[in-house]
Write a protein that binds this ligand. Structure first.
Ligand SMILES: Cc1cc2nc3c(=O)[nH]c(=O)nc-3n(C[C@H](O)[C@H](O)[C@H](O)COP(=O)(O)OP(=O)(O)OC[C@H]3O[C@@H](n4cnc5c(N)ncnc54)[C@H](O)[C@@H]3O)c2cc1C
Length: 515
């Protein structure tokens, strides 16, 4: 940063041309003479504000991150007697924009959280903003997966372990914010997923361990002791990566239609796997694949195998609407040898292994998507305040306030139901939750992705052309509108969630109830 000095507005006013081009943003003076030729928006727009206070113009066109990145290089001083008013976000900060955070973090009472949850969120947020967000924006754009170093940092911070819920895998670990493993509950896990949902980079967000969140549970709950000890530690430390491979080109919603086969070798020591898998998140870069295979006929002929990347297993990237950073893969298995110890659960009981984690997977999807929706709402609220149209901020238009009202109320409704069901998870045994929560979680996922649809639609209208522009002010809204549909398809499509939710409710419908 250049030496700092105090200036008067008149002093700045004389630097109003190409030879000496200064501007004021929020009480700070920037000398842009050497930057003028590099300005992506061109010289003319800079000359329009040269020598003047450009705060409004700046925030009408740029994010804070631009100032954070370039500001220190060009700042030469401040305006005498003027204090900067705009608060620059620091890692770990909680947003003060109404509805931008879970209400308990904005001064509302909640029966669900204690002091450990606040410590936990603060620590996780700071870690994510310092260690993950810088890579997220760059890698999302370039389609580069998260590197090994970042995975290992998430491992040593125990963020990976925290995303697998409460349980024995946490024993002996120091959790973010100093939370003790015995204090850790589903609300801590909810917070961990929510914070990942703040990345605003959908492909990279999946890159940082969606495969693990859905692919490790079959190993945690159904692997033999030896396999579990080896694989769980490798994955939770970030040294190895895992994904869930169920879907095939001919078997999506209808899991029972899978065709990939696993036949015992004549020596009885291996399964020989042949077949394909499609749309496998993180598949391009994983070391382990929790894979649904056919060991016999019919629904009772499905088994789950942990398959290590080895000879005969190949992955290639599928071009989807989001960033290649997610590592979405098409997988081929050609005579892949898998030790029989890698069977997860019992042969022929693969369906039960898959079903075991369905509620948790759907709950996790809702947690991250709802947080991403909230981020879009915050973006819209800020943009509506900053953007001047017809000489006044967008927020002055009643129709824009009505859009925000719908977005906020729908988001809060989903989040409040999510918290309620999370509370049930903290109280119910696994068996009770399986019986009672399958239907409500399915309906919650349906509502969440419908709200994502509505919020995306309204946010695009609020952002206008920027909603379809990948960089700049609309970056987050653009990414969301391009990818929000994913959650409405994976983990059970909306139609299937709706049907499951009502069929489950019908099971509890009292025969005595009549109009
Ligand atoms: C981004 C992304 C990531 C994914 N990651 C993974 C992964 O990591 N691992 C994995 O195994 N799979 C993954 N999948 C696959 C995903 O689980 C499937 O896409 C999903 O199960 C739907 O299958 P399908 O796409 O073949 O659609 P289909 O099964 O062909 O269904 C098409 C549509 O038909 C309708 N439909 C189907 N059945 C019914 C019914 N009974 N009643 C009413 N309507 C119905 C639904 O609207 C559905 O969306 C991913 C998919 C996407 C898009």
């Amino acid at each position: 940063m250049a030496p700092q000095q105090e200036y008067t507005i008149d002093q700045v006013a004389s630097h109003n041309n190409e030879e000496s081009l200064w501007i004021i943003v929020d009480g700070r003076v920037y000398d842009l003479t050497n930057f003028a030729d590099l300005h992506p928006g061109g010289l003319t727009v800079l000359l329009e504000v040269a020598g003047k206070d450009a705060t409004q113009e700046f925030y009408g066109l740029h994010r804070q991150s631009v100032l954070a990145k370039f500001g220190p290089k060009y700042e030469i001083g401040t305006i005498k007697g003027v204090k900067p008013k705009i608060v620059l976000q620091k890692p770990g900060d909680i947003s003060k924009v109404p509805y931008a955070e879970s209400s308990a973090w904005q001064g509302f009472y909640s029966p669900y959280y204690n002091e450990s949850h606040f410590r936990f969120r603060a620590a996780v947020r700071e870690f994510i903003q310092k260690e993950i967000i810088p890579d997220a924006v760059v890698n999302e754009e370039s389609g580069t997966i998260a590197d090994q170093e970042l995975f290992e940092k998430m491992g040593s911070f125990n963020l990976l372990a925290c995303r697998m819920g409460p349980g024995p895998h946490l024993h002996g670990r120091t959790l973010p914010g100093g939370v003790k493993p015995e204090e850790f509950d589903y609300f801590h896990e909810l917070i961990a997923h929510e914070e990942i949902g703040t990345l605003g980079a959908p492909g990279f967000q999946d890159s940082v361990a969606t495969g693990m969140v859905i692919g490790l549970p079959p190993v945690l709950h159904f692997a033999t002791k030896n396999v579990k000890e080896k694989v769980v530690n490798q994955v939770l430390s970030g040294k190895k990566r895992i994904c869930l491979a169920i879907t095939e080109a001919t078997a999506g919603s209808d899991v029972a239609a899978i065709r990939t086969t696993a036949k015992k070798s004549p020596c009885g020591k291996y399964y020989i796997v042949n077949g394909t898998k499609k749309w496998i998140t993180n598949g391009t870069f994983c070391d382990y694949f929790s894979t649904a295979v056919r060991t016999g006929d019919g629904p009772g002929g499905i088994s789950m195998l942990l398959i290590e990347r080895s000879e005969g297993l190949e992955t290639k990237a599928i071009k989807t609407s989001y960033s290649a950073a997610a590592g979405t893969a098409y997988i081929t298995f050609e005579n892949v040898k898998v030790p029989v110890e890698n069977l997860l659960g019992k042969e022929g009981q693969g369906f039960q292994v898959i079903m075991y984690n369905f509620n948790h997977e759907r709950w996790f999807i809702v947690a991250t998507v709802t947080r991403s929706i909230r981020l879009v709402v915050e973006e819209c609220f800020k943009w509506a305040q900053q953007r001047l149209v017809f000489g006044k901020p967008l927020i002055e238009q009643p129709v824009i306030r009505a859009k925000l009202a719908h977005m906020i109320s729908e988001t809060e409704a989903v989040h409040n139901w999510l918290e309620n069901l999370t509370y049930q998870m903290t109280k119910m045994s696994y068996n009770e939750a399986s019986i009672k929560l399958g239907g409500p979680i399915a309906l919650l996922k349906l509502r969440c992705t419908r709200v994502a649809h509505n919020v995306s639609d309204e946010s695009c209208q609020i952002f206008g052309g920027r909603a379809i522009t990948k960089t700049g002010m609309g970056r987050i809204v653009e990414g969301f509108q391009r990818t929000y549909k994913f959650a409405a398809i994976l983990g059970g499509s909306e139609e299937i969630m709706a049907d499951l939710g009502v069929r489950q409710a019908m099971k509890f419908y009292p025969k005595t109830a009549k109009l």
